[in-house]
Write a protein that binds this ligand. Structure first.
Ligand SMILES: O=C[C@H](O)COP(=O)(O)O
Length: 250
């Protein structure tokens, strides 16, 4: 009943010509998808060039971050409606790189989540523990705390438009993936927490993506887990053939 969402987070990679070539390859191939959703989140500077190319295709467009205010003196920031105007339907919020390098807190991510929903953008709210937290047995409590903080004050109806991305930080860009069993266990814990924050029917409707070194050779096993509903893909989303294979998980 949940429709898988395969998303590519390009992070700070590619200029316009490389981005155009990548989305042309993706949209030319991914024409026959009727049981899954596909999303690319390029740098802000590419959105205006890529939006017209993706219009009418199966590939949706998203931002990698945004500010929660509608406008104002916030040098270097992007407002929700600026993403909407450029054709974005999703926005990644609270990616671990935003938390780690730019000091984003659950409280800030929560403000952004409310602003995204108020502006008709589906937030992909990222959570995940660092290695030391996993090694000391704190992974679940860290992730639950991030969920409670980032999703505070959202109604059940709003939660149905939220996507959660569980990304263990130690698995990002390292080639080290959580085992399918460990990932499934955390996804089930996340879903239980979503039910506690709303109700079971709402929790059962929410897409929970896994992220962290998802590749063509491990996607099938991850996607076979009952609570893994998609992937947030970094490195492997930069190559058309790899991302297409991930989207076409079996
Ligand atoms: O947003 C994507 C994640 O940070 C995963 O990145 P990765 O696939 O390069 O490990």
């Amino acid at each position: 009943m949940r429709r898988p969402l395969l998303a590519g987070n390009w992070k700070m990679h590619y200029g316009v010509s490389e981005g155009v070539a990548l989305v042309e390859a993706l949209s030319a191939d991914l024409t026959d998808l009727n049981d899954r959703d596909v999303l690319v989140c390029p740098p802000f500077t590419l959105l205006g060039s890529l939006a017209p190319l993706l219009d009418g295709t199966a590939v949706a467009l998203g931002g990698q971050n945004m500010h929660y205010e509608a406008k104002g003196a916030f040098t270097g920031e992007i407002a929700p409606q600026m993403l909407k105007e450029l054709g974005c339907s999703y926005v990644i919020l609270g990616h671990s790189e935003r938390r780690q390098y730019f000091g984003e807190t659950d409280e800030l991510i929560n403000r952004k989540a409310h602003a995204a929903l108020a502006n008709g953008l589906k937030p992909i709210v990222c959570v995940g523990e660092v290695k030391a937290e996993r090694d000391s047995g704190q992974a679940e409590s860290v992730v639950v705390g991030q969920l409670r903080g980032s999703l505070a004050g959202l109604s059940a109806e709003q939660l149905r438009s939220v996507v959660i991305a569980y990304e263990p930080v130690w698995a990002i860009g390292t080639g080290d993936t959580a085992t399918p069993a460990d990932a499934q266990a955390m996804h089930a814990r996340i879903r239980a927490e979503l039910a506690a924050l709303s109700d079971q029917a709402t929790a059962d409707a929410i897409i929970i993506q896994y992220g962290g070194s998802v590749k063509p050779d491990n996607v099938d096993e991850l996607m076979a887990q009952p609570d893994i509903d998609g992937a947030l893909v970094g490195g492997a989303s930069l190559k058309a053939a790899d991302f297409i294979r991930i989207v076409r998980f079996k």
